[in-house]
Ligand binder design. Structure first.
Ligand SMILES: *Cc1c(COP(=O)(O)O)cnc(C)c1O
Length: 217
């Protein structure tokens, strides 16, 4: 099955670049996929998934969590502040913290709810207008701001521009993480996860290479 091929490729790349084998976790990105494909991957024993929309995740994961123990769910798409509470109830990690207002909302809710998902700051490494994330030059300041709010920033996340060499963006993200003493790096998708592993990804987010193409029609 495709899942095992991807896992093997990750392990092979870790070995090739001299990283500890097993140090990169695979987030199976299940957005838009038909339920039977998601269930097939759960039946294979995989438990780490990513969704990019709160509403879509709310429609399937509470049921799936009842049927399958030990599921971990990451939010990998933009989060509006008015959906923050629901996101914090649904997700084990939010990878898209990218602005002070959202950070303040999460901090307030975390206090109120008594728990907080694992948090990643999204960095717009390509400085693209249409993309979410803090600009690389603002990343250190924003991370400091989050920490002052009492938030623990576990990792950084990026989505490189489609038409640029992703390795450069992965390396930039790794550099920002290192100087801010941040351990986790979420980077790499179906087309470039091996390059992300080579640059130190601790999470790769792979959708279509596991589940097949997404049908948006
Ligand atoms: C959809 C998505 C992915 C997975 O994309 P594939 O190319 O299907 O592997 C990864 N990261 C984010 C943020 C996404 O929205």
């Amino acid at each position: 099955m495709a899942l095992n091929d991807i896992l093997q490729k990750i392990r092979d790349e870790e070995a090739r670049v001299g990283r500890e084998v097993g140090s990169t976790r695979l987030i199976a990105v299940s957005k838009v996929q038909p339920l039977e494909r998601v269930v097939a991957v759960l039946d294979e024993g995989h438990r780490l998934f990513g969704e990019n929309k709160v509403q879509e995740a709310a429609g399937k994961w509470p049921d799936l969590r009842e049927r399958y123990e030990g599921v971990t769910l990451h939010l990998i798409g933009p989060l509006q502040t008015n959906k923050a509470r629901q996101a914090m109830e649904l997700f084990d990690a939010i990878e898209t913290v990218d602005r002070p207002k959202l950070a303040r909302t999460i901090a307030r809710l975390a206090e109120e709810m008594g728990h907080c998902p694992k948090l990643f700051v999204q960095v717009n490494t390509g400085e693209e207008d249409q993309k979410a994330g803090v600009m690389p030059a603002d990343a250190d300041g924003f991370i400091a701001e989050c920490r002052e709010l009492g938030l623990e920033i576990a990792g950084l996340m990026c989505i490189p521009p489609v038409d640029e060499e992703p390795s450069l963006h992965f390396a930039l993200l790794a550099k920002i993480a290192k100087r801010n003493d941040i351990a986790e790096l979420s980077m790499g998708m179906s087309g470039d996860f091996e390059k992300a592993v080579a640059q130190g990804a601790t999470y790769v987010r792979v959708g279509s290479a596991i589940f097949g193409e997404r049908d948006y029609s």
